[in-house]
Design a protein around this ligand. Structure first.
Ligand SMILES: [Fe+2]
Ligand SMILES: [Fe+2]
Length: 393
C-alpha cells in the first residue's frame, strides 16, 4: 500500500498501520479539543454566525459587470456570478479530454523505431520530439508564471490552472516516449541548444515570455498592456495555434502509413488540448482589447507573422531536409500559412496574413477526432471524452 506521506519509501514494513493508529488518536484529541472550544465560545456569547455577519457587513456583493480580464478590482476568490461563462465552459470541456501517457500502448512503436523507420524518418521523429520537449515547458511557464497572475477574474484563472497541468502532462508524454523507445535523454533534450534551426523558435518564444514575466508590470500603462496582449497573441495564435497544431503532423504522416501509432495517439490527445489553449487565449485577448479599448498595432502583428513563418521555414527545412514518404517541408509550410489565416480570422483581424494559402494537409483537422482515426486504423478503441460532442476549433 502506498504511503502518501512518503510515496518513495519502501512499502514492506507495515508503517501504514502504525501511522493510521497515530492519526486516529490525534483525531480524537482534536475532536475533544474542538468540543471544549465550542463550549467556551458559547459561554462568551460569540457564536461563529455573529462573527460572519460582522465581517460581511464590510463588503458589498460582487457585481459581475465590474469584473475585468486585467486591472479588475472585484474579489478574485469568488467564482460566481460569472462575467465570462465561456471561460467556465472551457474548463468543463477541458476535463472531458483526460488521459495519461501510460494509458496508451507503445509496444509497436519500439519495433517500428528500431526496425522499420528509415534514417530520414528517425531524423524527423527525434527532432519533432526534441522541439516539443522544450516547447511545452515554455508553454507551462508562460501561462502559469506570466499570464495567470495578471488575470483579475477567477473563472479565467481556473481554466489556466488546468492548462498549466495539461502542459505538464504533455511534457510527461514526451518523456514517456523517450524512455519507452530508449532514446538518449541528454541528447534529445539538449538538441535544441545545439541545433540553431530548432533553437530559433524557442528563442523567439523565450523573448516574448521574458518581456511579461514580472509581477510588477503596470497593465494600466497602454504600451505595457499592448506588449502583454501581443505576447499572449503570439503564444495562443502562433506558438500553440500554429506551431503546436502543425507540429505533430510529421508524426501523423508516419501514423497514416501505420508507423509510430502509439506516439501519434499521444499527440492526438495533446493536440486536442492545444486547440483549446489557442481558442481560449484568442478569446481572452479579444476580451481585453474590447474592455481596455486597446488599439493593436498592425505592423507588430505583421512582423509577428513574418518572423513566425521565417522561423518555421528554417525549422521545416532542417527536420525535413530529406522528405519522407507522404510529407515534405513544402506541405508543412503551406499548412502553416493556411492555419495562420484561420487564427487571424479567429482573432477578428481584417487581413489574412498569407492571402491565397491553400490547405496542404487535408487530413490534419481530422486528427483531433480520435474516434474516427481509431476506427480507421483499428487501434485500441478508447474514447476518453465523457460528455457530448466538442467543437475543438
Ligand atoms: Fe502543451
Ligand atoms: Fe498549450
Amino acid at each position: 500500500m502506498l504511503n502518501w506521506d512518503n510515496p518513495l519509501e519502501n512499502q514492506n514494513n507495515n508503517r501504514d498501520d502504525m501511522e493510521l493508529t497515530v492519526v486516529s488518536q490525534s483525531l480524537k484529541e482534536t475532536s475533544l479539543k474542538n468540543n471544549n472550544e465550542t463550549i467556551t465560545d458559547t459561554h462568551h456569547g460569540e457564536s461563529s454566525a455573529t462573527k460572519l455577519k460582522v465581517v460581511s457587513d464590510k463588503f458589498t456583493p460582487v457585481n459581475p459587470d465590474d469584473k475585468r480580464v486585467v486591472n479588475g478590482q472585484t474579489d478574485i476568490n469568488q467564482l460566481a456570478p460569472f462575467k465570462y461563462p465561456w471561460a467556465w465552459a472551457f474548463f468543463l470541456n477541458a476535463n472531458k479530454n483526460h488521459w495519461t501517457p501510460l494509458d496508451i500502448n507503445m509496444a509497436q512503436d519500439v519495433t517500428d523505431y528500431r526496425h522499420k523507420l528509415t534514417l530520414e524518418e528517425k531524423h524527423v521523429y527525434e527532432n519533432v520530439l526534441s522541439y516539443l520537449t522544450t516547447s511545452d515547458i515554455l508553454a507551462m511557464r508562460n501561462i502559469g508564471l506570466a499570464v495567470m497572475e495578471k488575470m483579475s477574474a477567477p473563472e479565467l484563472q481556473i481554466y489556466q490552472a488546468r492548462q498549466v497541468y495539461e502542459e505538464s502532462l504533455h511534457t510527461w508524454t514526451y518523456q514517456h516516449c523517450i524512455e519507452t523507445l530508449g532514446l538518449n535523454q541528454s541528447e534529445i533534450y539538449n538538441r535544441y541548444r545545439v541545433v540553431p534551426e530548432i533553437n530559433q523558435k524557442i528563442a523567439m518564444a523565450n523573448q516574448r515570455l521574458d518581456s511579461i514575466l514580472r509581477s510588477d508590470i503596470d497593465l494600466k500603462d497602454p504600451d505595457v498592456l499592448h506588449n502583454f496582449v501581443i505576447s499572449y497573441i503570439f503564444f495562443a495564435a502562433i506558438f500553440e495555434g500554429c506551431w503546436f497544431y502543425n507540429g505533430f503532423s510529421p508524426v501523423f504522416a508516419l501514423q497514416r502509413r501505420g508507423l509510430m501509432k502509439g506516439t501519434a495517439e499521444q499527440f492526438q490527445y495533446i493536440m486536442r488540448d492545444e486547440v483549446m489553449h489557442a481558442a481560449f487565449g484568442i478569446r481572452v485577448v479579444k476580451q481585453i482589447i474590447q474592455e481596455e479599448n486597446l488599439k493593436i498595432n498592425k505592423k507588430d502583428i505583421r512582423n509577428m507573422w513574418d518572423e513566425a513563418y521565417e522561423a518555421e521555414k528554417t525549422y521545416a527545412n532542417y527536420i525535413l531536409r530529406d522528405p519522407i514518404l507522404g510529407y515534405s517541408a513544402e506541405m508543412h509550410l503551406g499548412q502553416f500559412q493556411f492555419i495562420a489565416n484561420r487564427r487571424a480570422a479567429q482573432l477578428g483581424l481584417d487581413e489574412e496574413p498569407f492571402p491565397g494559402a491553400e490547405l496542404t494537409l487535408p487530413w490534419l483537422d481530422e486528427q483531433a477526432n480520435l474516434r474516427k482515426e481509431k476506427n480507421f486504423f483499428e487501434t485500441r478503441v478508447t474514447e476518453y471524452q465523457a460528455g457530448g460532442a466538442l467543437n475543438w476549433d
